[in-house]
Design a protein. Structure first.
Length: 80
């Protein structure tokens, strides 16, 4: 006979519990995307305008990019 244990609802978790709950899934999804040739995008203090992002690639290099007005259009401002 299987033993069932109750799990806490995500709606009842505090922010730290929620982060610990979703972190493994998020890291797995990020790695799968990188393995499939995608990049990971985020904003940090280098992004001085709303349309600027950091693209981080599987090999570890990063690009500061600025999105264009057309879908998929962007300009690389800095590689590091």
């Amino acid at each position: 006979m299987a033993i069932l244990t109750a799990k806490k609802s995500v709606f009842d978790m505090d922010p730290e519990e929620f982060e610990m709950h979703v972190r493994p899934v998020a890291l797995k999804a990020k790695q799968k995307a990188l393995d499939n040739g995608a990049w990971f995008s985020y904003q940090n203090d280098l992004c001085t305008e709303p349309n600027m992002f950091i693209h981080e690639f599987k090999d570890g290099h990063k690009e500061l990019v600025q999105l264009g007005s057309e879908a998929g259009e962007y300009k690389v401002l800095k590689v590091f």
